[in-house]
Design a protein around this ligand. Structure first.
Ligand SMILES: Cc1cc2nc3c(=O)[nH]c(=O)nc-3n(C[C@H](O)[C@H](O)[C@H](O)COP(=O)(O)OP(=O)(O)OC[C@H]3O[C@@H](n4cnc5c(N)ncnc54)[C@H](O)[C@@H]3O)c2cc1C
Ligand code: SF4
Length: 340
């Protein structure tokens, strides 16, 4: 049996209390939200904080509200189950609701939060293992070692961003609000990702992610999320993609976006998607051609590595399949797309 190491649990009831505790304990403290990722990682000795500051009792961080700009706000402690079930999110940003509905399994979605998902640690099949297992292999660059087992001779960790909500939030141009004692910043979600598998997020010490803002989507908005995974019931993504389309009254696409995850350390925004789809009428012969152009572009731009489980060549072949299916699901409003 894997045991949790000893730590001091702090359970503040206000945001200010949580910020003050983080300030007081500095590098010795970590935030715990639902704990569905952090606690297993602590059992594997991947993180060894002396103090855990739980946000579970900070009520002001929970809830979903419509905003005056036609978008909505989600408190960082809102559970994945609540985001997935929200009619507001389903209507205004279907890809976000769909991505959350496919994360892990029902119990984990009831405990796991959107904030914890955004700030999920990167994953790698040589890293998300027990201490004993990692020690037998000589550890690796990300924790306790000096070599990478994915890229021979590599000096940079390429563990994969594996959070399903990340590409969905990128596709709808969400922003994130971070607070720390006497400081607050709101940044586009894209700006926090770093191309470094060891720490792939630009979050300052002592900062708490408090709120996620999704703005009103332009035109008639359509969106969907597609996820390749081994088991339909529960699994991290082997590849995930999120589609956003803006459509006018004549059913012509005016803007388009595809974002993807489970490839490298940061989720990516695919290039040349809007160029291929803009001005194309849905259902026209040009539409079929444009969808294929986007699927081909995805194949060229997405190169899965041996970081997460699943044969990388198989995963690459599935990239255009999932991008194509997810685009069609966004058009038809019948996402999410996933293996069952
Ligand atoms: C079997 C299994 C399957 C899973 N499948 C998936 C999957 O398919 N897709 C997927 O994306 N995830 C998956 N997960 C991972 C996890 O369940 C989810 O990502 C979940 O959303 C994490 O949220 P949490 O609240 O539990 O985060 P926690 O574990 O509490 O925290 C995760 C990280 O975020 C930090 N953090 C949390 N909240 C904040 C905040 N508000 N401000 C600053 N830092 C914060 C913590 O310090 C920690 O570093 C799976 C987990 C398990 C055990
Ligand atoms: S990619 Fe995997 S094996 Fe390589 S350093 Fe990162 S976690 Fe370790």
């Amino acid at each position: 049996m894997l045991r949790l190491p000893t730590f001091d649990l702090q359970e503040p009831k206000s945001l200010y209390g949580a910020l003050a505790l983080l300030d007081e304990h500095g590098k010795n403290a970590m935030i715990v939200a639902g704990g569905t990722d952090l606690l297993p990682n602590m059992k594997h000795k991947l993180f060894e904080p002396e103090v855990l500051v739980s946000l579970a009792r900070v009520e002001e961080l929970t809830g979903i509200t419509a905003t005056d700009d036609g978008g909505f706000d989600i408190g960082a402690m809102t559970t994945l189950a609540d985001v997935a079930a929200s009619e507001l999110v389903q209507q205004r940003a279907p890809a976000v609701a769909q991505a959350c509905s496919l994360i892990a399994g029902p119990q984990l979605r009831t405990m796991g939060t959107l904030g914890g998902n955004i700030l999920l640690d990167t994953r790698c099949q040589w890293y998300n293992q027990t201490y004993f297992w990692r020690e037998a292999l000589g550890f690796c660059l990300k924790k306790d070692g000096t070599a990478c087992h994915v890229v021979e001779g590599g000096q940079k960790c390429v563990a994969a961003a594996s959070n399903d909500s990340a590409p969905a939030l990128m596709s709808v141009n969400a922003s994130l609000v971070f607070e720390r004692l006497n400081e607050r910043r709101e940044v586009p979600v894209d700006s926090i990702w770093l191309a470094d598998g060891i720490v792939n997020k630009d979050v300052k010490p002592g900062e708490i992610l408090t709120r996620i803002h999704v703005p009103a989507q332009p035109g008639e908005h359509r969106g969907a999320y597609g996820k390749l995974r081994d088991r339909g019931s529960i699994d991290f993504p082997l590849f995930g993609c999120s589609v956003r389309l803006a459509v006018d009254d004549a059913n012509v696409i005016t803007d388009a976006e595809v974002c993807a995850v489970a490839l490298v350390a940061r989720p990516i925004r695919l290039k040349n998607v809007a160029e291929a789809l803009r001005g194309v009428a849905i259902g026209s012969p040009e539409f079929e051609v444009a969808v294929q152009v986007v699927a081909d572009a995805a194949y060229k731009q997405c190169r899965p590595m041996d970081n997460v489980p699943g044969d990388k060549d198989y995963r690459r072949e599935m990239v255009p399949v999932y991008v194509r299916r997810t685009l069609l699901a966004a058009v038809n409003g019948d996402g999410p797309v996933h293996h069952v």
